[in-house]
Design a protein around this ligand. Structure first.
Ligand code: 4AD
Ligand code: MG
Length: 497
């Protein structure tokens, strides 16, 4: 058996492929089967004269997603998907599939989500999962290469660490347990044992809002390092993100092409230094006249683009009547593109006034909303690291600067409107200060005694951060919603399949 990804090694030789029918059509004495085998897609051509009567019958009985075995000769063919074509000598059916619900026509996203177990077979979903896999591999490679120890933090926990409003509570015998919102506090304990560690595991938050950035179950990577300050923390996160993006660019060109990802935007992230500024500087940018002007200009250029597109649409619609068949297909494709772009423009034009208002009226001390992050990031083509946050809006464990008003936290915002992908900080390392914080926040000191022990027995400055895997996948793949970044997403209103 040969895998489609390896066809280049078998040109002009006979191979046997096992897989599924992705698409097919027949014309007289030829059947064209687009076959997928998990590693790729290739076109197989069955000619009536080249195969036995049984094989010809088998080829004609196929339906979408039927499973089969195909034997044939590999020809290099640039026009063909994947660059090869199989001249088939035999077809064996494993199963003729029932009527497959996902057809090449367009489906609504709710329908596709209900059929997620099958949707995963579609090209774009396939590509996104491959990129996810490469990102995971890149993260392990990065940390293992630097001598970090991977640790598994518990999922049942006895305390909240990231606010009490997003806790999932479960019955734990006679007691209550919460699903972990973060592995960080356990990571800190492990860092005092091993120096540099990282967690890679599922985390849970009862997010009661339906947004394109929130899941209730998501995967987080949380490095924690003894003797690191905020600057070292930022340097590590920047190096990690660059390593991830570089590895995906190197290993997944085909997947990125299927996803129609703008490669140039990713290359900048791999090559250029990230932007760094304080929260206060970011607020100044957000509320500035320059930002308001930029949004006005953006609205104006969107309106102009819309007019141009509508004119083009009129022109090619007129042309379509007399056009040849191939040109008609070209025009239909272009009309689809224009219509999608106009939808996007109209959405932007609806949003811009509220973005502008929210940015202009932003008050120091608040957390950035999704639209504020989007507006801020319109001005940068690489990730932005925002530091020195108002302590009130950050977690109790963050160390503060000498003014005691600002937390030594860092959020990393992805470019192109993908929002916060990393949250982290230097940790409070003083026992007395941490005890104070826990009291101020009204937290139950008893459940944090073990955590306070880390400050009793050889406390040291230390730092860490959490990278959200799904948001990272969404950004690198260019997907507008996190629901397509994980095989089986869990969100408010979605628990199956
Ligand atoms: O900023 P957060 O809440 O930070 C922490 O949990 C810290 N304990 C991390 C640390 O310092 N070790 O979450 C970290 C990242 C966010 O930047 C975001 O990428 C992701 O986790 N995230 C979510 N992703 C999907 N759905 C959600 N509901 C998410 N909440 C956070
Ligand atoms: Mg955060």
């Amino acid at each position: 058996m040969t895998y489609i990804k390896d066809l280049a090694d078998h040109v002009n030789n006979q191979v046997t492929l096992k897989g599924w029918v992705y698409n097919f059509r027949s014309s007289g004495s030829l059947v064209f089967i687009e076959m997928r085998d998990g590693t790729g897609l290739t076109q197989c051509v069955v000619a009536k004269d080249d195969v036995s009567g049984d094989a010809w019958e088998a080829a004609n009985s196929l339906r979408q997603e039927s499973s089969l075995e195909i034997t044939g000769n590999v020809k290099a063919d640039e026009r063909s998907v994947g660059g090869h074509e199989i001249h088939v000598s035999d077809v064996k059916v494993i199963q003729i599939a029932e009527n497959y619900p996902i057809t090449p026509k367009e489906h609504g996203v709710e329908f596709l989500m209900n059929n997620r177990h099958l949707w995963l077979r579609s090209q774009r979903q396939w590509a996104a999962m491959r990129v996810r896999n490469e990102i995971i591999f890149a993260i392990h490679t990065f940390f293992q290469g630097r001598g970090f120890v991977q640790m598994d933090s518990p999922i049942f926990t006895g305390n909240a660490a990231e606010g009490s409003t997003t806790l999932f509570e479960t019955d734990y015998f006679e007691d209550k347990a919460y699903l972990a919102q973060t592995g960080q506090l356990y990571g800190e304990a492990m860092a005092m044992a091993h120096g540099q560690i990282y967690t890679f595991g599922p985390t849970f938050r009862a997010e009661k809002s339906k947004t394109r950035r929130h899941l209730t179950e998501f995967w987080m990577i949380e490095p924690e390092m003894a003797f690191y300050d905020l600057d070292m923390n930022m340097d590590l996160a920047e190096d990690m993100i660059k390593a991830i993006v570089s590895q995906v660019l190197e290993k997944c060109p085909n997947e990125l092409e299927i996803l129609e990802r703008d490669i140039e935007a990713l290359k900048k992230v791999a090559e250029k230094p990230f932007e760094r500024m304080t929260y206060t500087e970011a607020v100044d940018i957000l509320t500035s006249d320059d930002t308001a002007d930029m949004l006005d200009e953006m609205a104006e250029s969107r309106r102009q683009e819309q007019v141009d597109l509508e004119n083009e649409w009129e022109e090619i619609k007129k042309e379509r009547g007399q056009a040849k068949k191939w040109r008609k297909a070209q025009i239909d494709q272009r009309i689809k593109e224009i219509s999608a772009r106009i939808d996007q423009i109209e959405e932007d034009l609806r949003n811009i006034p509220s973005w502008k208002e929210s940015a202009r009226d932003f008050e120091w001390g608040n957390d950035f909303g999704g639209s504020d992050e989007t507006v801020l990031m319109m001005q940068f083509d690489v990730p932005l690291i925002v530091t020195h946050w108002p302590a009130e809006i950050k977690a109790f464990y963050m160390k503060r600067d000498e003014t005691d008003k600002l937390a030594l936290g860092m959020d990393i915002l992805a470019p192109e409107g993908y929002g916060e992908i990393v949250g982290g900080s230097q940790r409070e390392d003083s026992l007395e200060v941490l005890e104070e914080r826990i009291a101020e926040e009204g937290l139950d000191k008893e459940v944090f005694e073990w955590y306070l022990d880390l400050r009793r027995f050889g406390t040291v400055p230390h730092s860490g951060y959490g990278l959200g895997l799904e948001r990272t996948v969404a950004w690198i793949c260019g997907l507008s919603h996190v629901r397509e970044t994980i095989p089986f997403p869990r969100m408010m209103g979605r628990l199956t399949p």
